[in-house]
Design a protein around this ligand. Structure first.
Ligand code: ADP
Ligand code: MG
Length: 249
């Protein structure tokens, strides 16, 4: 739940516009995420959800507006950007693990190389995180020896190893076989309950009900509607959202 004692939101997206050529893919996006808040972004394919996540992590530039993380305006480049980006963890639909490194190496690599944490300490912390996501028995295997659900849990552990202030998860379960979705959602629910601030692109209602504070519905590059999950899923106010929900539920 949001922490009311911290006045400034952790994430402030203000008047953000993004074009790909002539294509206006983010239209005057305004969004705030409080510390500890879990926000779900939902909407049709092509509505700009991934672009918004990538813009918040500065994997994508924006044409106008501001993105402020923990009071700091995101810089376009340089060391400040690298630092800010390390504070925003991102988990993608495709797990993006390093194929030729072990599970343990995947989790320790960035802490050792980027944060200059001594190897023994990085390994200790990685094993804690792998235990937290339930894959510690596979630490010395290669990603290809793990199931998709296990790989995605490793990807979450790897992101957590950088101690992010914010986690962005872009359709983290949509590449998974159905029987593996819940094991990843359970890890995400536990993460949400631990107080992590999260922006999650997902259509998973189970996760929404258990963990989300707010649903943001996007269509055609704009935020059309925002509501708590119980309201959004049972009584959406916009026709766009009603139409969308009638197709996915
Ligand atoms: P979503 O994640 O909601 O499916 P995206 O953010 O991926 O939507 O895409 C929003 C729109 O921007 C889509 O029309 C998509 O085709 C377009 N788009 C996304 N990435 C690029 C890119 N790198 N170059 C050109 N167009 C892009
Ligand atoms: Mg997407």
């Amino acid at each position: 739940m949001p922490d009311a004692s911290s006045p400034a939101p952790l994430v402030e997206v203000r008047g953000v516009n993004k074009y790909f050529g002539e294509h206006h893919v983010l239209k005057d996006i305004d969004m705030e995420v409080a510390r500890g808040e879990v926000v779900i972004v939902i909407g049709p394919s092509g509505s700009g959800k991934s672009t918004l996540c990538r813009a918040i992590n500065r994997l994508e530039t924006i044409n106008s507006g501001d993105i402020i993380i923990d009071g700091q305006r995101l810089p376009d480049e340089g060391k400040a950007l690298a630092r800010l980006r390390s504070e925003v963890g991102m988990v993608f639909q495709a797990f993006n693990l390093f194929a030729h490194k072990t599970v343990l190496e995947n989790v320790t690599l960035a802490p050792i190389q980027v944060k200059k944490i001594p190897k023994a300490k990085a390994v200790e912390r990685a094993m804690e995180l792998l235990t937290r996501v339930g894959v510690e028995a596979h630490a010395n295997k290669l990603p290809s020896q793990l199931s998709g659900g296990q790989q995605q849990r490793v990807a979450i552990a790897r992101t957590l190893a950088m101690d992010p202030k914010l986690m962005l998860l872009d359709e983290p379960t949509s590449a998974l076989d159905p029987e593996m979705i819940n094991e990843v959602l359970d890890v995400m629910i536990a993460l949400a309950q631990s107080g992590m601030t999260m922006i999650v692109v997902t259509h998973e209602m189970g996760f929404a009900r258990k963990a989300a504070d707010r649903v943001v519905f996007m269509a055609d590059g704009a935020i059309v509607e925002e509501a708590p999950p119980e309201t959004f899923f049972t009584d959406p106010s916009s026709d766009r959202a009603k139409d969308f929900l009638s197709k996915i539920l």
